[in-house]
Design a binder for this molecule. Structure first.
Ligand code: AMP
Length: 394
């Protein structure tokens, strides 16, 4: 019987899951995926099989499925009803923050969990839920090996200069440094480029991960040498509900002059800013693109402006640019946003092929474009499953 790996990605109000079958040889195969979302408001489960066909759709009262542990129980029930429970050989978790300690995935132990708990203040919206999912699996199946895969690990190849902030040195030693995030996505893209775009895979590449969270990463020979996100996932590009890089003086102003509490500022920066805050309409790029409201247009223009600003900065870190890669929800699906970014990036030698961009081809620049541009779907779940397979020797 083939073995299987369960991948879990626990967020503040959702748990996403995927099941991969581990063949004797060759690539892992996704046989099911889905999510429980709306925890705390309107919990519901959706799941699909490997071909994308719906296999479950349920909703519950908030009192029935209130916690991550209860959500996980419902996922386990579904999986047991469809698959042989004996298949499961391990669980891989997305863990947002691995701090300076982890430059690779880690087999979970009590010692690892307590080290990861120290990073909760650095990723308050994600880390507690990632750890809650690990605990919940431990309770149900204590002997099942679990692996933590970090969003920060891929960036640990960056040199000290790039990871520094201009604060007194002791802050760096205490861990106040630029960590970078979305590392599992960038690692997947770096691993995929040799097949999709062999002519640039070993060159100077900037990857734009544009989803509800958004960041950019500079790859040199497939290794991370710069990232737009920093100490926390608040830095860099403007996102769905986060402002990205802002003058730290604004935080002092809000504290000292406007009398906001730390909690209120956290709420403002994580949940009420970005596309949502600027547009006053919402954080879904599809809705903003379809809107005529002047502030929706302004929010989109600022989103694009910030991407181009960061693109210039990361091209400077790389000393030039051979390729730009778009990925994640907006990057993979919005020809309009890709076009707006590319039109402003002509100075880098980017010549967009508009028809290819509309079709969403893998390569969307003309043959004579000095710098090529690519659309590469990311797959963080597969990256986690690959790490889990390797670490568990499956
Ligand atoms: P992700 O976090 O990678 O799942 O991306 C989610 C975001 O992708 C959503 O907030 C949407 O705004 C955006 N998105 C998905 N499809 C499209 C599309 N066709 N056009 C524009 N934005 C999209």
């Amino acid at each position: 019987m083939d073995k299987a790996i369960l991948v879990l990605n626990a967020g503040s109000s959702s748990i996403k899951f995927s099941i991969f079958v581990v063949p004797e040889a060759g690539e892992l195969r996704a046989i099911a995926s889905g999510q429980v979302e709306g925890l705390g408001t309107a919990p519901r489960l959706k799941a699909r099989d490997g071909s994308g066909q719906s296999i479950a759709e349920k909703s519950w009262d908030t009192s029935e499925v209130a916690t991550h542990a209860q959500a996980l129980q419902r996922i386990a029930e579904l999986l047991r009803s469809r698959f042989d429970g004996g298949m499961l050989a391990g669980v891989g978790h997305r863990v947002v923050h691995g701090g300076a300690d982890y430059s690779a995935p880690a087999l979970i132990s009590e010692a690892v969990i307590s080290r990861l708990e120290a990073f909760v203040p650095l990723a308050p919206l994600h880390q507690p839920h990632n750890l809650a999912a690990i605990r919940a699996v431990q309770e149900v199946q204590p002997d099942l090996p679990q692996v933590a895969c970090f969003d920060t690990a891929f960036h640990r190849t960056q040199d000290t200069v790039g990871q520094l902030y201009g604060l007194p040195w002791e802050y760096y030693e205490r861990g106040v440094r630029r960590y970078g995030f979305h590392g599992l996505s960038y690692e997947y893209i770096a691993a995929t480029l040799p097949a999709v775009a062999p002519e640039v895979a070993d060159g100077r590449v900037v990857v734009a991960h544009l989803g509800s969270g958004a960041s950019m990463c500079a790859l040199d020979h497939g290794h991370s040498v710069g990232s737009s996100m920093g100490f926390t996932a608040l830095d860099g590009l403007m996102m769905g509900t986060r402002p990205g890089n802002i003058d730290p003086g604004i935080v002092l102003y809000l504290l000292q002059q406007e009398g906001l509490s730390a909690k209120q500022i956290e709420d403002l920066l994580y949940k009420r800013s970005g596309l949502l805050g600027l547009s006053g309409i919402g954080n879904d790029m599809r809705v903003l693109l379809a809107s005529d409201a002047p502030r929706a247009r302004l929010a989109i223009e600022h989103f694009v402006y910030r991407i181009n600003r960061e693109l210039g900065a990361l091209a400077a870190v790389l000393g030039g640019l051979d390729a730009l890669v778009f990925t994640a929800g907006i990057g993979e699906n919005s020809a309009r946003i890709r076009q707006l970014v590319c039109d402003k990036a002509r100075w880098l030698g980017i010549e967009l092929d508009e028809a290819a961009n509309e079709r969403g081809d893998a390569r969307i620049t003309r043959a004579d474009s000095r710098c090529s541009v690519w659309v590469v779907p990311t797959n963080e779940e597969l990256m986690i499953a690959r790490h889990t397979r390797r670490l568990l020797g499956l």
